[in-house]
Design a protein around this ligand. Structure first.
Ligand code: FES
Length: 107
């Protein structure tokens, strides 16, 4: 369904997605790379746990959120890949756990 526009001359980089290394081209859109690799769902909702995947691909719906380089709630559709980037599925309210761990949660 999805294919890369990279040519054989395009340099390859790699990202790690849930422990799996995926080859891509520098600057490619992260959500597009993940969709091409068959990654999904990207996250689950905090209340019901319903699965979510990218919908708008332009930063509006927030259904593409994932944990990117340890940062939850990263909009993958607005993120360019970088060599060595790590991506994890975002389960439920992991952002709240991240903020609490960083001492940034509201008291
Ligand atoms: S796909 Fe809608 S915000 Fe990323």
């Amino acid at each position: 369904m999805f294919r890369s526009l990279a040519t054989p001359e395009t340099p390859a980089i790699g990202i790690e997605v849930d422990g799996r290394r995926i080859a891509c081209a520098p600057g490619e859109n992260l959500a597009a790379v993940l969709l091409r690799a068959g990654f999904g769902p990207f996250r689950s909702t905090p209340v019901s746990g319903a699965p979510r995947m990218p919908y708008c691909m332009m930063g509006v719906c927030f259904d593409c959120l994932a944990v990117v380089d340890g940062v939850p709630n990263s909009q993958t559709c607005l993120t360019a890949v970088a060599d060595g980037m790590t991506v994890r599925r975002q389960e439920g309210a992991s952002a709240a756990a991240f903020l609490a761990a960083e001492g940034l949660a509201d008291e």
